[in-house]
Design a protein around this ligand. Structure first.
Ligand code: LUB
Length: 242
């Protein structure tokens, strides 16, 4: 599997590092399988109802922020608007997220926390690596149409120059995940001769990103599933051995 070349991961903070208070909830060392080592916000943390309530409130605030970030972007969203949306005071919101930047980081990390769940579900279906890659991206397209946290995380990553916070490095984990699957497909002789796993992985990520972006701008992602299906059909025909 190796590649990648320098400068793609070293030194740049990927979603894997949990230095930023990403929801951990679980004992150290039991990281979800990589990449995307970010945990979903656990709303049930155990015997302490106060902790449960706090976790549920954090999720409520995060979802409201995601709706506003998706609709208006980072700059044009205020913490007061987030507070109004969930019927809380600004102070109560700041108790859970000390700054608007911290809210943006949490939203982006929860965007990436979606993918281990999708990965586990598709992997459990027991398909070959190429079929798994195809179904993963089809599942992601559905999430881009339906899930406001996925949509908000995508917009915030595009607006990252405006956000004074350390956001996870975009695109690199999907590329690593797909390159891993395509390397396994190569080992099984499922790849067309001359197709390099990392090249194909970068091409799939670029095509997916472009497809969802155009669908967003033109149709608020209403047709992203269909648009990705037609692009995927073309790309996997080029990648798959006859
Ligand atoms: C994916 C986005 C939007 C890549 O991996 C990422 O960072 C992504 C957000 O930045 O699309 C395409 C699978």
């Amino acid at each position: 599997m190796p590649e990648p070349e320098s400068g793609t991961r070293s030194g740049s903070r990927s979603p894997t590092s949990s230095g930023s208070g990403a929801e951990t909830g679980a004992a150290a060392g039991s990281e979800p399988p990589g990449p995307f080592r970010v945990r979903p916000i656990a709303t049930r943390r155990g015997p302490d109802p106060k902790q449960d309530r706090a976790a549920r409130t954090r999720l409520l605030v995060l979802t409201a922020a995601a709706e506003l970030f998706t609709a208006r972007g980072f700059r044009h969203t205020s913490v007061q608007e987030v507070a109004d949306r969930v019927g809380m005071t600004k102070g109560a919101v700041y108790f859970h997220y000390p700054t608007k930047e911290a809210l943006a980081v949490a939203v982006v990390e929860q965007h990436y926390a979606r993918w281990p769940l999708l990965l586990a579900g598709v992997t459990a279906e027991g398909h070959g690596p190429l079929e798994t890659a195809e179904r993963l991206l089809a599942g992601a397209a559905l999430a881009f149409r339906e899930d406001v946290v996925v949509q908000a995380g995508t917009r915030l990553q595009v607006e990252r120059p405006q956000i004074d916070a350390e956001l996870p490095t975009p695109y690199v984990d999907w590329t690593e995940l797909l390159a891993g699957l395509l390397s396994r497909a190569e080992a099984l002789g499922e790849l067309r001769a001359g197709v390099r796993p990392w090249t194909a992985a970068r091409s799939l990520v670029a095509a997916f990103f472009g497809t969802q972006h155009i669908s967003d701008v033109l149709h608020e992602r209403a047709d992203v599933v269909e648009r990705w299906a037609e692009t995927a059909e073309l790309l996997f025909r080029a990648i798959r051995a006859d």
